[in-house]
Design a protein around this ligand. Structure first.
Ligand SMILES: [Zn+2]
Length: 305
């Protein structure tokens, strides 16, 4: 599931590609009824807050997208492709609307002459990184989101009111610290609660706790404030690094078996999806357990209660 790093990465790329331009908006699958309301309008701004994206065409015309567990954007250059799969919405520069015309598609073609696309397979070998410059992107397609709908300003305001501070937006973290300090809920659950902190998902949750050497089972109120502050501060560079190429790397070179250099794929995390394998630091088997419907990973020695 995409976390805050991914959401902000899309916002940054799509801003470079589309903000200030008139866009053609279509929903060929018929599952986004309000496409017509923003079709042909100029995209003013893109908001990224936690795991939410907002494509603002006007104060009362904000395309809200939550990717959920399975949603993803595809980017493309040149001609629009025939509609494939469960396409929820497609945004394109008006000049890109030339499917079936004789206009020649622009750069980034593969050998078959088809416009290039990137389709990211979660946890596959393909890390989704692309050499495509955002300014060259002509169209984007959205598939599998948990929400794609048009918000007015009141709905957007309500959404913001429900979300905790987002480290990638430079928000003041104090409201989150205060909620954690009062809470009897386990810290691992609080980190995932978007009303406490927004943008942290399962990978960052597990890895931030490990890097703080903190037991996931401590109640929020029992975690020293300095530790909570340290995790917040730690999350900022980690989230920013995760915006670069869709990979989240949390291990320090000194803790990886191969040390310096680009980390090997199995060495990018301390505990996330490493259950049953030895902790890089102490050798104890990494554990996994369900917590609030999501798998939690931790090292019982480094993160002892
Ligand atoms: Zn350990």
């Amino acid at each position: 599931m995409p976390e805050g790093n991914e959401i902000h990465r899309w916002a940054e790329r799509h801003t470079k590609a589309f903000v200030g331009k008139k866009l053609h908006v279509e929903a060929p699958g018929g599952r986004f009824a309000d496409a017509d309301a923003i079709d042909g309008k100029t995209l003013k701004k893109i908001h990224a807050v936690g795991k939410h994206l907002g494509y603002e065409f006007g104060p009362d015309a904000i395309l809200h997208v939550h990717l959920g567990r399975y949603g993803d954007w595809t980017e493309g250059v040149g001609e629009l492709l025939p509609v494939k799969g469960a396409l929820r919405v497609r945004l394109s520069r008006q000049c890109a609307k030339k499917a079936g015309s004789s206009a020649s598609p622009r750069s980034a073609q593969d050998d078959n002459g088809e416009a290039s696309t990137t389709r990211h397979g979660w946890y596959s070998e393909d890390d989704g990184s692309t050499s495509l410059e955002p300014a060259d992107v002509d169209w984007i397609e959205l598939r599998g989101p948990s929400d794609c709908s048009l918000y007015d300003r009141e709905q957007w305001k309500k959404l913001l009111g429900r979300l905790g501070p987002d480290a990638l937006n430079g928000d003041d973290p104090e409201p989150a610290f205060a909620k954690i300090a009062r809470s009897k809920t386990q810290i691992a659950a609080l980190l995932m609660d978007q009303s406490v902190l927004s943008g942290i998902g399962n990978i960052y949750r597990a890895e931030l706790l490990y890097r703080a050497r903190l037991s996931p089972f401590l109640a929020g109120k029992d975690v020293p404030k300095t530790t909570v502050e340290a995790m917040w501060n730690d999350s900022i560079p980690l989230l920013k690094a995760g915006m670069v190429d869709r990979r989240i790397v949390t291990t320090l070179p000194k803790d990886r078996p191969h040390g310096e250099g680009k980390p090997l794929k199995p060495e990018v995390h301390y505990v996330y999806r490493r259950h049953g394998k030895p902790c890089w630091v102490c050798g104890t088997k990494v554990q996994r357990q369900e917590m609030a419907g999501r798998s939690l990973y931790w090292c019982p020695t480094c993160q002892a209660e």
